[in-house]
Write a protein that binds this ligand. Structure first.
Ligand code: 13P
Ligand code: SF4
Length: 321
């Protein structure tokens, strides 16, 4: 297996860690799922990598597996646990949260919904189980437009928590969904001015933008889509150069899938910062993945009653997408 070494371990140490991870996976009938924003070395040892929709879909089909290690953020682990209540779901670092999910408190969301009677509640999957339990149908960035379009044009809809994704869906579908005012701290900080400059420097480059980015960036995009949709586009498009406006972890898979193309990470507002990295996603390391498989902790648990209420909108999403 060809695993990228980022230099914090000697090649021998990394090799041993990977051998141990592989041994533990077999011994414990464990499967490792990783999001595209994970560190390259974690993506390389995962059994399956994907966007949040693919990870949920994959978890829902797993058979003959006792343990799922979700290398991603907490809400992704919760989704896997809700879909697979009989399996042990682990996450290498329990602190791997999500600023977008944190921007929507369940109690406040409940009060918000009460102000709009007769509205269907559609939520992005980047939410706590409490918010999911208040939701009619969940979406990911990979299926949001498709799912919203399954509702009649005149259906009143509340969408939470991401105002940028909600705005994007409204613009594509002609809906006027009521939006919760939340956002992701990584996607909010890309600089429109610097992207314009970068486009001038690379006139042939196509611009790939995640829909969690603000409108001024989306207007400069050749493709707006989930991480998986951006990968598909880069693979199938004739351009040789792409500017990538999303979390920089995706560059690893982009380079792997398109070795003859080049990818430029879009610059954040603040020069020299690493703010196009999701600090939560990057909390998971190879070492923590090894320890988590060895000790079977930290484990994601979800209260049965809340899980029951949250399962319905997740299953509805999988049914509609
Ligand atoms: P995807 O649905 O594209 O995987 O995005 C998840 C996410 O957390 C984006 O910030
Ligand atoms: Fe959450 Fe943003 Fe990190 Fe995605 S990139 S997990 S939305 S904080």
């Amino acid at each position: 297996m060809n695993v990228e070494n980022r230099g914090d371990k000697t090649p021998k140490e990394q090799e041993n860690l990977i051998k141990e991870i592989e041994r533990l996976k077999k011994e414990k009938k464990a499967v490792v799922l990783a999001h595209y924003y994970q560190r390259p070395e974690i993506q390389d040892v995962a059994d399956h990598i994907g966007d949040s929709l693919a990870l949920a879909r994959y978890a829902s089909t797993l058979k003959d597996v006792d343990i799922i290690v979700l290398c991603g953020v907490h809400f992704m682990g919760e989704t896997a646990k809700i879909l697979c209540p009989d399996k042990k779901v682990l996450i290498p670092d329990m602190e791997a949260g999500c600023s977008l999910a944190d921007s929507c408190d369940a109690e406040e969301f409940k009060n918000f919904i009460e102000k709009y009677p007769g509205h269907t509640v559609i939520s992005y999957v980047n939410t706590s189980v409490g918010v999911k339990a208040l939701t009619d149908v969940l979406v990911t960035s990979g299926n949001a437009v498709r799912i919203v379009e399954t509702f009649p044009k005149d259906q009143k809809i509340i969408f939470g928590p991401d105002r940028n994704l909600g705005n994007y869906i409204n613009s594509i579908t002609g809906r006027n969904m009521v939006l919760w005012d939340g956002a992701c701290h990584v996607h909010e900080q890309f600089s429109t001015e610097k992207l314009i400059e970068l486009k001038k420097e690379h006139p042939g480059a196509k611009v790939l933008v995640h829909p969690e980015c603000k409108k001024s960036l989306r207007l400069l995009a050749d493709k707006i889509g989930s991480t998986a949709a951006l990968l598909d586009y880069a693979r199938n498009d004739d351009a040789k150069e792409f500017i990538v406006v999303t979390e920089s972890g995706i560059l690893h898979e982009l380079k792997k899938q398109c070795p003859d193309k080049s990818f430029i990470a879009a610059p954040p507002e603040e020069a020299g910062c690493a703010c196009n990295e999701c600090s939560y996603m990057k909390l998971n390391t190879l070492e923590k993945l090894y320890r988590c498989l060895r000790d079977e902790t930290p484990e994601i648990t979800v209260d049965d009653k809340v899980a029951e209420a949250a399962r319905r909108p997740i299953e509805k999403m999988l049914e509609l997408s």
